[in-house]
Design a binder for this molecule. Structure first.
Ligand SMILES: Cc1cc2nc3c(=O)[nH]c(=O)nc-3n(C[C@H](O)[C@H](O)[C@H](O)COP(=O)(O)O)c2cc1C
Length: 553
């Protein structure tokens, strides 16, 4: 956003929620768990919430955790509460923040990108109720040290790390502000180190960094927002086209201008209702080792040189809440916040931009593979092979760092069930005919040391759809499974967590005569089936010769 694009007003009001409003909504929906006992931010908060993602809890049962009594190992007490999972603990939490149903998420993004609403500049703002600058930022217990920033991966991370960030920088040529969710490790009460991905398709903020360097600047102004209003928080990890005014898109999502205020010590505009804003200058002449830090690709990111920032001010609301994202191995809050927005965006790209007929769903595999590596394209029955392949090419090329492995499947395959995917690959794919390897892919986000990664990766495309009509899935029909479930429960057996697929259906290569025979068998009348088949005995055939009752009619 450029300053002259801004609606200026001194008496603004708003209807979009800030983080406090959003937490109230989560509370009233039973989605906010408040923990009042003392909890150590460095060794307990993230492991506790992690159990939601590795403890067999269903996605829809996940909640946000609000910790009101935060301490550290040294017994220090923090005045601010910490919330984890508040923006995308699960899909429903994200949708409440968007004020949208899951189906409305993609149209909302499209509408907001097509019709951005410029932010409105205000003179006073909640995020600047308290302003700390100068020497007050220095010394143990002051500055960043006063904020209860959790350690995300205790046992591996070397620092409390900011995760739920909107890192704001400005293009020195155009004045357009960028918001990105980038991590920042704390180093001193007035210094932290930010990591902006330098890979193709990486951080927009890094492009600003390079532009400033090219101009001979020695520092780049930066503001790190913690706890932005949900619409603003959501634009930061979203894959928006380069140079899109992200505050305008947030306004488009909200349906009204987002209120912004001038930062106190850097020439940047920050969301007025943010909980906390850390202002500072990124050093363009020096880099500092940062990490190790548990990464979303599933491996710990080892130490690497990243961007030191000297803090020039911390501003905050008096009643600030510190938001932290649960990231690292997926599924996580980090993958949830991306997945709800990325999947419909990919589907819209294939269906509308490329005009491919027959794609019904795009799924980015989440558990451990972190969305970017494996993309599943679901196609409707009868989709021509050429369209299946166009969908695979489209899915792999849409974003530089997504879709290293793309698999096309039929609608009967649950793309969230890896076993079902392997089943489709095992029985519906002939590797010599249905598989392609394409060269020249950027390595993307992974455990490879990215600064050393001049090497190229490649792409694997698989058509695991049925090439002929196959018989139904060999599980009892739904009515029998449901009846048996009631029986199971009546017997007091352990609680069931049904996993798809859990019933078969009369689809594919299946005849009415077999339906009738199955009906008779299930009702104890197999002898009638025996009488019918006896009348069809034949001589001179090899065992295992196919028989179809319709041919016999
Ligand atoms: C929890 C979380 C942490 C992230 N950490 C980083 C990071 O440290 N560096 C980075 O470049 N991208 C990180 N990302 C991904 C970026 O936010 C994402 O690529 C986004 O599109 C960046 O916005 P930009 O295109 O404006 O740079 C993270 C995303 C999430 C959700």
């Amino acid at each position: 956003m450029k300053s002259d694009d801004i609606n200026s007003s001194t008496t603004p009001d708003r209807t979009y929620p800030d983080l406090h409003d959003h937490l109230d909504t989560l509370r009233s929906e039973g989605l906010l768990l408040t923990i009042d006992r003392a909890i150590d931010k460095d060794s307990e908060i993230h492991p506790l919430v992690r159990w939601q993602y590795v403890g067999g809890i269903e996605e829809h049962e996940r909640r946000a955790f609000l910790f009101t009594n935060v301490v550290d190992a040294k017994g220090r007490r923090y005045r601010f509460p910490v919330v984890v999972g508040a923006l995308a603990g699960n899909r429903r939490i994200y949708c409440l923040g968007m004020k949208a149903t899951p189906e409305e998420v993609q149209p909302r993004w499209e509408q907001a990108i097509a019709n951005p609403i410029p932010p409105r500049l205000v003179e006073t703002a909640a995020c600047q109720e308290v302003v700390i600058t100068g020497d007050a930022l220095k010394g143990e217990g002051n500055g960043l040290d006063a904020l209860p920033i959790p350690v995300s991966t205790p046992g591996f991370d070397s620092a409390p790390t900011l995760t739920a960030t909107n890192v704001i920088t400005k293009d020195p040529d155009t004045g357009i502000h960028n918001h990105g969710t980038y991590r920042a490790g704390l180093k001193a009460p007035d210094r932290l180190v930010i990591r902006m991905a330098t890979r193709v398709g990486g951080a927009g903020g890094y492009r600003h960094y390079l532009k400033h360097q090219a101009r001979g600047d020695t520092v780049m102004p930066c503001a790190i927002v913690l706890g932005a209003p949900p619409y603003v928080a959501f634009v930061a990890p979203q894959k928006l086209p380069l140079d899109v005014d992200e505050m305008g898109v947030a306004g488009g999502l909200a349906g009204e201008p987002i209120r912004v205020v001038r930062a106190k010590t850097v020439d940047l505009l920050v969301p007025a209702e943010a909980e906390i804003v850390i202002e500072g200058l990124i050093d363009l002449t020096q880099l500092e080792p940062e990490g190790p830090f548990g990464e979303s690709h599933g491996h710990v990111a080892l130490e690497e040189f990243n961007m030191p920032m000297r803090v020039t001010a911390i501003t905050h609301r008096k009643d600030a809440v510190v938001a932290s994202y649960l990231s690292q191995v997926t599924p996580s809050e980090s993958s949830a916040i991306k997945r709800v927005a990325y999947e419909p965006m990919f589907l819209a790209h294939l269906n509308r931009t490329l005009g491919i007929k027959g794609v019904t769903r795009v799924t980015m595999h989440e558990r451990m593979t972190a969305l970017r590596r494996i993309t599943i394209v679901t196609v409707a029955k009868g989709t021509p092979k050429t369209e299946v392949w166009r969908a695979l090419y489209g899915a792999t090329s849409f974003k530089a760092d997504c879709g290293k492995i793309c698999i096309a499947v039929d609608e009967d395959i649950d793309p969230d069930n890896s076993d079902a995917l392997l089943w489709a690959m095992a029985f519906r794919m002939d590797p010599s005919a249905d598989l392609q390897v394409l060269r020249h892919r950027s390595p993307g986000h992974g455990p490879e040391r990215e600064h050393e990664a001049e090497r190229e990766d490649s792409t694997l495309l698989m058509d695991a759809t049925m090439k002929e009509v196959l018989p139904p899935l060999a599980l009892p029909r739904r009515e029998y499974m449901e009846r048996a479930k009631s029986l199971w429960e009546a017997l007091g057996l352990p609680k069931l967590r049904p996993q798809s697929p859990w019933f078969g259906a009369a689809a594919g290569d299946w005849l009415p005569a077999w339906d009738e025979a199955a009906e008779r068998a299930a009702h104890g009348d197999y002898l009638e089936n025996g009488r019918i088949s006896e009348g069809r005995q034949r001589a001179g055939l090899k065992p295992e010769t196919r028989f179809r009752p319709d041919d016999d009619a």
